[in-house]
Design a protein around this ligand. Sequence first.
Ligand SMILES: [Zn+2]
Length: 176
Amino acid sequence: MDIIAHAVYGATVCSQKGLAGGRVSDNKRRWYEDVTVYQAALFGVIPDVVSMWPSFLVFIWEGMPGGNFFAWAGGATLIWYHATHSLVVALPACLILGLFRRSLFLPSLAWPLHVIMDAPTHGIGKFQTQPFFPLLDWGVTGINWWEHPGVFAGYWIALPLIWVFIRFWRRRAFFG
Ligand SMILES: [Zn+2]
């Protein structure tokens, strides 16, 4: 999934004002006043930022060999990529973080959510999601989102539907 969608899905699912806030949410605050919205968006992009951006800078520094970053990327970049895109790494990281800072536990779940959402949107290849890396090199055979506009459109169209659902769900709770 693209990185902006990861941020928005993280905030939509793993924040207090989002789905994770439950049916009865605090009505005094607007979504943009909820700090967990921003924290979840940040955790949602961590796997891609940590694994790709440093090597992208190296790629630019080396004069963009071949002109395609994704074709060029390999070695340590891929190890980092698989490590950050693994539930074996992400879930314990969330637990440890939650022990030190309880309020960060919920937004940190946007990281494993990133892994779960990348799995069906990446096919066989270098960037296939291996959710149990490094224990297993088994990967989910998904559909590459960057090659299929329908997949890209699908997960973007689903977002406003989730927002409408949350609103309706909470309004019913408010009146009922
Ligand atoms: Zn990713």
